[in-house]
Design a protein around this ligand. Sequence first.
Ligand code: OGA
Ligand code: MN
Length: 295
Amino acid sequence: MSTFKIPTLKIKAADGPIGAEITGADVSMPLDDADFQTIDDAIDRYAVVVIRDQDLTATALADFSRRFGRPQVNVRHDANNDGTPEVGWISNVTKDGKPLGSHDAGRYWHSDLCYLENPSKLTVLNALEIPSKDGVTYGATSFAGTAAAYDALSDDLKQRLDGLRASNSYRTMWNRKAREFNARPLLSDAELEKYPPDAIHPVVRTHPKTGRKCLYICDGYTNAILDLPKAESDELLAFLFEHIIRSDFNYQHQWRVGDVLMWDNCAVQHKAAFDYAPPLRRLMQRCTIEGDAPF
Ligand code: OGA
Ligand code: MN
């Protein structure tokens, strides 16, 4: 006699081409192959997927994330979880007089860890506390589709971008944020050297699973297109940053406690909303999964 499992996962697509919601899952337990495949396929198809109503410890978040690949230990060690360094805090909360996580994460549109040779293919963000007041929820996360943005470029521009490479810089980001938001110290060049050197990636990359061409420059980290004079690089980047977020292929995630949100860092860029402040608290744990070098 054969036994089979009745599928309990339900997927509901959002209104646009990006975003879907999964209910009926409990990812604190080891996933069987069928459920893993359902979630993995949903990420390829919708790029941003929320699994509702979860209750995960840091260890459970890391174990679930590991099903999708190798967890990365973030270079911002002071924001990583004690004992589970592949899980980091994304929070505005202060503990013992120190920020629990980075207080200015996600300020600019970006793709996670694109400043590394092997950026994150996937991010898993677990919502523990969400700011809300008088029935209004704050701190949404916005996503923009990079393949749709590429498709919408003129043929001339597509041709101009073909083969171009850009540098993606954690160090440039650091001092830009330090100057703009005062939530981190301004560092000297020598101090910045403890963080990774700039990574060179194609301006247009091919999605390793869907085969779609995606724009892979972002306001948060890309500081120059190589092989172009600075003025031309600055102008082209400014145009592309605007273009990506003007695209009609956007999704805004309104958080609920217990959401485990997963996104594909090649297919989308994202940005956090800073429309709340203490005493409202936002507390999340994050695990990113290493991808291949972009091509
Ligand atoms: C991240 C990030 C955005 C947010 O976790 O990588 O950018 O809304 N978060 O917290
Ligand atoms: Mn991010």
